[in-house]
Design a binder for this molecule. Sequence first.
Ligand SMILES: *[C@@H]1O[C@H](CO)[C@@H](O)[C@H](O)[C@H]1NC(C)=O
Ligand SMILES: *[C@@H]1O[C@H](CO)[C@@H](O)[C@H](O)[C@H]1NC(C)=O
Ligand SMILES: *[C@@H]1O[C@H](CO)[C@@H](O)[C@H](O)[C@H]1NC(C)=O
Ligand SMILES: *[C@@H]1O[C@H](CO)[C@@H](O)[C@H](O)[C@H]1NC(C)=O
Ligand SMILES: *[C@H]1O[C@@H](CO)[C@H](O)[C@@H](O)[C@@H]1NC(C)=O
Length: 396
Amino acid sequence: MTAGTVWCHFVLLLLLSIASLWAAEISCRNEDGETVDWFLLYKLPKHTEGESAGLGLEYMYMDSLTHAWQLSKYLVNMTQGALGQTLKQLYETYEPKNNSIAYAIYNDEIPHSKSSNWKKGHTKGFLLLDKSQGFWGIHSVPLFPPFLEDGYAYPPSGKPYGQAAICITFKYDQFTEIDQQLLSYNPSIYNCSIPNIFQADLPNLQKLCAGSELPSVTQRHLSKLQSAHGETFLHFAKSHLFVDDIYVAWIAQELKTDLLVESWQHSGHRLPSNCSLQYHVYNINLIGTPLNSTFYSINDHSKWCVSRIYEDQWTCIGDLNRAAEQAWRSGNEHGRNAAQQTETITTIVFLAAHQLAFPFTVKRSEGLEKQEQRGLAGETKKKTQKREQENWRRKL
Ligand SMILES: *[C@@H]1O[C@H](CO)[C@@H](O)[C@H](O)[C@H]1NC(C)=O
Ligand SMILES: *[C@@H]1O[C@H](CO)[C@@H](O)[C@H](O)[C@H]1NC(C)=O
Ligand SMILES: *[C@@H]1O[C@H](CO)[C@@H](O)[C@H](O)[C@H]1NC(C)=O
Ligand SMILES: *[C@@H]1O[C@H](CO)[C@@H](O)[C@H](O)[C@H]1NC(C)=O
Ligand SMILES: *[C@H]1O[C@@H](CO)[C@H](O)[C@@H](O)[C@@H]1NC(C)=O
């Protein structure tokens, strides 16, 4: 072999190992299985207005590369879609067991389980990482994702209603911050592995995973997280000690913007739009998709918000509803009063929202105009109407 061919082989080997390293990188994945900084997924409800029922598995997809919503060519139960491609990395860790990988999946409604632990947070998500990087997903789907031994699937109960999910890729150092945030809302982790090499950086996750006693927490904590590609996200974590509507009492005032909020409003304790504080919060009533179909909030289980003024450019997505407390949580074994049982919640808010804004058009609850006009002193009715029409038409 000449020096030239040796060199050639060396370069080839180097390229091959770089390629395999690249492929092994734990990351959110797009619909082609490629690594992506973040993605959003909005599964459409089975019933949309004026159209025949779908399967309840179709979804809109957007990521840091496309920056635009597209109807996916896959169904959400298929492994080829972004959620399937991303979680594939998780299911692949089942066998063989890998002690350099940590993961946790949590949900207040656990697969195969009829009981819920009301002491845990009302929160749903998954994370997978090694000492280099990983991803964190937050979503609204009950009983999801399946246990590792069961492999990827989408629960039939998640079909009728709209659902949303976000996945963000983070470098390893951000997970110590995420570990702190998770402590605040005490997620119900049902499948996990936090090997000892992570103990120093993820102490809370390890305790949560082992089901051991946790240290006490603060009422709420706001954290600034940086995605792998350097986009900034704000994460609002509230513990059970913060007994208030997170959207009104915290997020809107913190972001200094009026918010339009979409959330599950079936509970008897649904909260009306609220203009009491400086920045107002309005419930969304009707949602228009980029496909020009519409659906009512009553058919949607997703939880997200956008700033009322488009230019403010805030979008949030999370796992909390605007409900004083969910009725079925009252009277639990501790006999605490209703106010103390307010849900534990997490919500992610995008800082760099210029690329992230939901291009879904939204219409607020009917009959709120009066309330809003009172809140908008000085603005004429005509102006309000005009702005309202623009709001409705504009692509959020
Ligand atoms: C997804 O759901 C559709 C409709 O119920 C079904 O026909 C299909 O077999 C499912 N695919 C997977 C991979 O489960
Ligand atoms: C275990 O995970 C590490 C880090 O992601 C990876 O480099 C390694 O190849 C994995 N080992 C096995 C046996 O899969
Ligand atoms: C609006 O929300 C704030 C904060 O939760 C609360 O103090 C106030 O009573 C609410 N106003 C109305 C009219 O419900
Ligand atoms: C939605 O409606 C707009 C305006 O009428 C039109 O330009 C656009 O092509 C429609 N989009 C789809 C996907 O039908
Ligand atoms: C889920 O995690 C895997 C690997 O971490 C374990 O092997 C399973 O036993 C576990 N499943 C349950 C039901 O705890």
